[in-house]
Design a binder for this molecule. Structure first.
Ligand SMILES: Cc1cc2nc3c(=O)[nH]c(=O)nc-3n(C[C@H](O)[C@H](O)[C@H](O)COP(=O)(O)OP(=O)(O)OC[C@H]3O[C@@H](n4cnc5c(N)ncnc54)[C@H](O)[C@@H]3O)c2cc1C
Length: 501
């Protein structure tokens, strides 16, 4: 089949790109044949799992506020953002029947809190402007200018005349092929590969001569030392020193797509690795309003305040995720990483020490304490300072808070070290052994280099007529609706640019 515009990938960016291409053409009275090819049986598989099934589809901040949450590509993304700012995205959804609600932190959700409504709305919008969506349609290779191919996944014409491609040929897994004048790659990154995002677009981009910046998982669980059973490091016993810098990951983008996903990440600790006894003590605990300091080579590299969750993956939750990008990057680069939790961020160490001593005196004065052993008194004290279910892990991690003094062959005295308790509350240190990888990370950091893409159109500088949008690009942001907004607005710009070319 021949199309004017083909989009590969029916995720957030691909669906919006197809809609925007067909809509902007029809607004100008032109009739373009636009088709989306999706390898999964249904479009928008990843959207379905976003926001724990509720889909935090955008963040309503203006560009100044929004761009502060973009971790890679904020200067580049300005034009894309203004091509579909959050309020216009919400209005577009509303025009197709999906109302939204805005929660704390300017996070927008569908009013139904069902991510399926976002997918249905995007699909309806595409159909309303004549976009064809083909599912179970896996693209295996891209060819330029209709030259005969070989087995290579990205096939250039014989003269490598990528500067003037007349058209693209897209080969499908079932042996069929499609041709198009303009091609939009919206294949996403590498996270949650079961949703279809397996890095195919990164491989094609690399093969066509685009730089692909080092890839690493972001917004992912950090695994403290001693939290998971050994082996703590994957990849045949490699240690951080074996990977001196992240260039290693860049090379991965030139491998076949399965290899991109399967290549060992330094310090990757698979999600399913069983927990140790210490991990089991912490798993399931949620801490509210704590401070977290990220230390890279003992230097402060980040500082956040908010909520932390201990899960079967490791340390997650809003501030765990927030710090994970820098932490993973540092680990990949072979640096030592630690996270220091401050369970009492509103109080100084001096005041906290005084408070701990006062509480201890109160407990000791209480007549009910008379027959209670020191250790149990210590537990009562800790119960006044932290959630009860945190105490076993806290005491296991800080053996110094209780010391035994031998006073004879059988006589021992237990000392509760009140200053140590205060110190541990202010700076509970977790040395970080690794992180959960592509299997459960929220976002891929790195991707098609922004140097090779024109920011005002998202057209490739290397291959005219080829466009990139969404997570395949070297863009990523914090949690809070920012990443989907980036997928939608880059999709919008790529689609309208391709239609206008
Ligand atoms: C668990 C989880 C929760 C998240 N929650 C949020 C949230 O609440 N808010 C937020 O802003 N962001 C969230 N994100 C991030 C957000 O989902 C992504 O940023 C966004 O989906 C990226 O969109 P995309 O279109 O670029 O890529 P994707 O959504 O990955 O879509 C790419 C599509 O391309 C298809 N494809 C790939 N290769 C081929 C091929 N060879 N042939 C045909 N089709 C192909 C894939 O099957 C897929 O459907 C979450 C991510 C995860 C993993």
């Amino acid at each position: 089949m021949r199309y004017d515009i083909l989009v590969i990938g029916a995720g957030a960016s691909g669906l919006l790109a197809a809609y925007s291409a067909a809509k902007s053409a029809s607004d100008k009275g032109r009739d373009l044949r636009v088709c989306v090819l999706e390898k999964m049986p249904r479009p928008g598989r990843k959207i379905m799992i976003t926001g724990k099934g509720r889909c935090n589809f955008t963040n309503m901040k203006d560009w100044n506020g929004f761009s502060a949450h973009v971790r890679s590509g904020s200067g580049f993304l300005r034009s894309a953002f203004y091509s579909l700012p959050p309020e216009r995205l919400a209005a577009m959804f509303s025009s197709y029947g999906m109302e939204s609600v805005v929660e704390r932190g300017d996070r927008a959700y569908p009013a139904s809190y069902r991510s399926s409504d976002v997918v249905d709305t995007l699909v309806n919008a595409c159909h309303s402007v004549g976009v064809i969506i083909q599912t179970d349609a896996e693209v295996t290779s891209i060819e330029i200018a209709g030259q005969a191919g070989n087995d290579s996944s990205v096939i250039l014409n014989e003269q490598r005349d990528v500067k003037n491609p007349s058209s693209f040929r897209v080969r499908m897994k079932d042996g069929s092929e499609h041709k198009c004048d303009r091609l939009i790659v919206a294949t996403g990154g590498l996270t949650y590969p079961a949703t279809g995002s397996t890095g195919d677009g990164l491989r094609w981009a690399g093969g066509l001569g685009h730089k692909v910046t080092p890839l690493f998982p972001s917004l992912t669980a950090l695994v403290p030392k001693g939290y998971k059973l050994a082996p703590q490091q994957n990849g045949g016993g490699r240690t951080a020193g074996d990977f001196e810098n992240a260039e290693h990951l860049c090379i991965m983008s030139e491998l076949p797509s399965t290899a991109v996903a399967a290549a060992p990440l330094p310090h990757h600790i698979p999600r399913e690795t069983p927990l140790t006894e210490f991990g089991q003590k912490l798993c399931g605990i949620q801490l509210k309003n704590v401070g977290a300091r990220l230390l890279v080579q003992e230097m402060e590299a980040g500082n956040e305040f908010g909520d932390i969750d201990f899960t079967d993956g490791g340390i997650e939750g809003p501030i765990g995720f927030q710090l994970s990008r820098k932490a993973v990057k540092a680990l990949v680069n072979g640096s030592r990483v630690a996270l220091e939790l401050d369970l009492k961020p509103g109080v100084s160490l001096t005041d906290l020490t005084t408070r701990v001593k006062e509480l201890w005196e109160d407990i000791s004065r209480d007549p009910r304490s008379a027959r209670i052993k020191e250790k149990e008194r210590c537990r009562i004290l800790l119960g006044k300072l932290m959630p009860w279910d945190l105490i076993p892990a806290f005491t296991a991690a800080h053996p110094e808070i209780i010391t035994l003094e031998r006073r004879g062959r059988t006589d021992t005295k237990v000392w509760v070290n009140l200053v140590s308790i205060a110190k541990a509350l202010k700076a509970w240190r977790f040395d970080i052994a690794g992180y959960v990888g592509w299997e459960r990370a929220v976002i891929t950091a790195g991707g098609v280099s922004l140097d090779d893409v024109i920011p005002k159109t998202l057209e490739s500088r290397v291959v005219p007529g080829l466009y990139f949008c969404g997570e395949v690009l070297d863009i990523d942001a914090d949690t809070g609706g920012y990443n989907l907004q980036l997928a939608f607005c880059t999709g919008c710009l790529a689609g309208s640019s391709a239609a206008g070319r």
